[in-house]
Design a protein around this ligand. Sequence first.
Ligand SMILES: C[S@@+](CC[C@H](N)C(=O)[O-])C[C@H]1O[C@@H](n2cnc3c(N)ncnc32)[C@H](O)[C@@H]1O
Length: 183
Amino acid sequence: VKGRSPGKSTSRSSLPSRLLVQCAHAFMKEFPILDAGCGVGRNALALAHSGFNVVCADRDQHRLGKLIESARPNERCGKLLPVCANLGAATWPFGSGCFSAVVCVHYLDLAVLPAIHASLVPDGCLYIETVGGQGQNYLELPSAGQVRELLLPRFQLKFYEERPVGPLKYGRRAVKLLAEKPK
Ligand SMILES: C[S@@+](CC[C@H](N)C(=O)[O-])C[C@H]1O[C@@H](n2cnc3c(N)ncnc32)[C@H](O)[C@@H]1O
C-alpha cells in the first residue's frame, strides 16, 4: 500500500492515532491485525506501512471502497484485507486465535469483547481508543471503570487511561488502553 499522494495536504482527521502507532511496536507480525470499524482506513494504512497485514473490517462498504482506493501495492508494506461485516456479538465473523492484535479506534461495542478475546492469539494485544467526547458523543462512551472491569478477568492491562468527558452527572469516560491476552 502507498499513503497519500505527495503534495496533497493531510488533514488532522486523516492522520493515524499517534498512540496506536507507538503501541504497534508491541504487536507481533506472525498473524494479521484486525482494524475493527476501520472506516476509510487512516490507522489500517499506517499499520500496513509498518509492515503488518491488516484485516480491515467495517459494515460500511463505501468507506471500505475509499480505503482500497487510497491503497497502492508496495513490496515493503503489509497487505490490506477488506471485510464488509457487522461486528456484533451475534454476528462476529472471525474464528479463534487468528489475530496478533485487534484495534478499535473510535469504534467501541463492549458486547464484542469476548469475541475479540477469542480471536486473539495468546500474547495478542487489544488496543482501544474511544472517541474524545466532542459534542453529544459522550453519550456513547462508557462509564467510569466500566471498560477496566470488563477487561480484567481476561486481559492484562499494559496501559489504561480514562478521562472524564461531558456533563459530570453522566459519569462518562474517554478511554485509551493497551491490553494483552495472557498465554
Ligand atoms: C468514527 S468511525 C472510525 C473509523 C476509524 N476506526 C478511524 O479511527 O478513523 C467508526 C467506524 O465504525 C464502523 N462501525 C460502527 N459500528 C460497526 C459495526 N457494528 N460493525 C462494523 N463496523 C462498524 C462505522 O461504519 C465507521 O466506519
